[in-house]
Design a protein. Structure first.
Length: 310
């Protein structure tokens, strides 16, 4: 099964190398809305940030992507793109600094932070998950805050509370044990608490052990329904929580599911078959439908490969 993971890694990086122009907001190939351009660029920056970690990815294709991010992060129109959608302005500005590549003048991306009003960085009325997200990006960006410690946020968040809630729900056979938003809150919480697999997650004792069976259960549902995007995120979650995903049948089955979905160009065509791109779609539509899940799969393959080597 390591061969399938290697093919996912190689294929997604191949796709990335041949589609970098779609991530450049100044090209005609880029997504039409300013918000869409910012989102794609930030997701690329995240992948490059994680790939640059020692022992993760020594590949010229990733280096080419990082060179593009470095160029984009020096453009004066970056702040305008990041702030195009007010409800995302704070998180996008923080993420742009958090994932800024080395060797650049950060004054451009930090200018997006300076443009924010004080209340946009406030956690007033936010859920534990939202406060965790805000703390992660603020810490990565070096922005002062008064948010609770990670351990407290984790204790109040879905990684600690959702397994017990699922046990009380007693879902019928074949019924999804959680909602889609809950599933993504679970995966993203593991990313923030472990810095996308770079460190051991800051969790209360026993939390990872109780959360992993739910991750396994959800992966089974994803394989049955071919929910490719969530499957890739759950595989990454397993690694972030300290498991070796390919050591268990649920991990091997999920990797095989993604490998079956992978297209000849290396992409994963969408979040699921229902939303997947087809050969009849224009190239820009194929990119828009598939870029997110392709990047998530690339990141998962890089992190899980590093876990296996370690």
């Amino acid at each position: 099964m390591s061969g399938a993971l290697d093919r996912l890694r190689t294929g997604t990086l191949d796709w990335l190398q041949h589609h970098l122009d779609y991530f450049d907001p100044s090209t005609e190939a880029a997504r039409s809305s300013a918000h869409g351009k910012a989102k794609a660029a930030l997701e690329l920056a995240l992948l490059c940030h994680c790939a640059a970690r020692p022992g993760t990815c020594d590949d010229p294709r990733a280096d080419q992507a990082t060179d593009l991010v470095r160029t984009l992060w020096q453009r004066t129109d970056l702040a305008g793109l990041l702030g195009a959608e007010p409800r995302y302005a704070a998180s996008y500005a923080l993420a742009s600094v958090a994932f800024a590549p080395g060797g650049i003048d950060e004054r451009v991306c930090r200018g997006a932070l300076a443009a924010l009003a004080g209340d946009e960085l406030s956690a007033a009325g936010a859920s534990p998950y939202q406060r965790l997200e805000l703390r992660y990006y603020a810490d990565k960006a070096g922005v002062p805050h008064t948010l609770e410690p990670y351990e407290e946020l984790a204790a109040a968040g879905v990684l600690a509370t959702l397994p017990a809630a699922v046990a009380e729900r007693r879902p019928a056979p074949g019924e999804a044990p959680v909602t889609i938003p809950e599933a993504y809150a679970l995966t993203h919480s593991s990313f923030y608490l472990s810095d996308f697999g770079a460190t051991a997650p800051q969790l209360p004792a026993g939390t990872a052990a109780s959360a992993l069976p739910l991750v396994h259960l959800l992966l089974g549902h994803c394989v049955e329904r071919e929910w490719w995007d969530l499957a890739a995120e759950l595989l990454l979650t397993g690694a972030c929580l300290g498991a070796e995903p390919l050591a268990a049948p649920w991990g091997a089955e999920a990797v095989a599911c993604l490998a079956r979905a992978q297209q000849p160009d290396g992409s994963i065509p969408g979040r699921s078959p229902r939303t997947a791109a087809t050969a009849a779609d224009p190239a820009a539509v194929r990119f828009e439908k598939g870029y997110h899940t392709t990047l998530v799969t690339a990141l998962m393959a890089l992190v899980v490969s590093r876990v296996r080597v370690a």
